[in-house]
Design a protein around this ligand. Sequence first.
Ligand SMILES: C[S@@+](CC[C@H](N)C(=O)[O-])C[C@H]1O[C@@H](n2cnc3c(N)ncnc32)[C@H](O)[C@@H]1O
Length: 235
Amino acid sequence: MLMRKVGTIIDNLRKGEKAPDRHENPYLKEAIGLSEYLLTQAELGEKYSSLFTDMTKPIVVEIGCYMGKTVLELVENNKDKNILGLDITYKRVVKAARKLKRNHLDNGRIAICDGMAFLRDIVPDNSLLGVCVFFPDPWPKERHEKNRLLKADFIEILFSKLSPQGFFWFKTDHEQYFLETQKKVLHSGFISDDEKDFTPRSKPQNIQGDSYETAFQKLFTMKGVPFYQRVFIKP
Ligand SMILES: C[S@@+](CC[C@H](N)C(=O)[O-])C[C@H]1O[C@@H](n2cnc3c(N)ncnc32)[C@H](O)[C@@H]1O
C-alpha cells in the first residue's frame, strides 16, 4: 500500500524552523499565514474532531482537490455541510486554501494529506457523508498500475468510513480505470445511485449546486475527450 507522509516542511516552519534551501518557495511562506484554512497531515490528525466551526454538519471530502475549484463550489453551495479538500503538493493546497480564506468560508478546510492515510488513520468509522475522487492520476502503463489510488484496499477502507447512505462520487477520463473501479466498488458492498430509481445522476442527491466541472474535466471537455462518472451509495 503506497502511502506518503506529506506537509512536514510546513510543520517545521510553523514551529519556527528554517526551510531547507531547496524548499525556499513562496507557497511554503504563504502556508504559514493560512493556518486557519490549511492543515498538514499531522495537524489534521490532531485537530480532526474540532476541524470546522460547526462540527454538527456532515463532512464531505474531496481527495485530490488540486487548486480547490471544486472544493470552493461545494463549500459555497452546501453551507449545511463541511467540506474538506486534500492534496499532496504545497502549491496546490496553498492555492486551494487561499480561495477559502479570501471568501471567509468557515465550512471549508484544506489539508496537505495523503488520501489513504487520511481515511485509514484519521477518520472514525461510519462518519463521512461523502467522498469525491475526480480524475485521479490514471497511471495508464501496466507496470505503474500499482500506483493508482483506487485499489481494493482503498475502496474497502472508504466503505467502512462512510456513514450509511453516504456516497462515493467518482469521475475519470480513463475507461479501463472506470470499469475496474466500478467492479471493485460494487463488489465491496456499494450500490449504484442509479439502481435505486433508475435515473442516472450526475451528482449525489444531497449535494446542492449545478456545475461541478472540475479543472481536469474542463481540460478534457475542451479537447473533446469523453469522461465517465458515477455516484455509489453505502446502503
Ligand atoms: C489529475 S489531478 C485531478 C485534480 C482534480 N480532482 C480535477 O479533477 O481537476 C489528480 C490530483 O490528485 C492528487 N493526488 C494524487 N495522489 C493523491 C493522494 N494519495 N492523496 C491526495 N491527493 C492525491 C494530485 O496531486 C493531483 O492534484
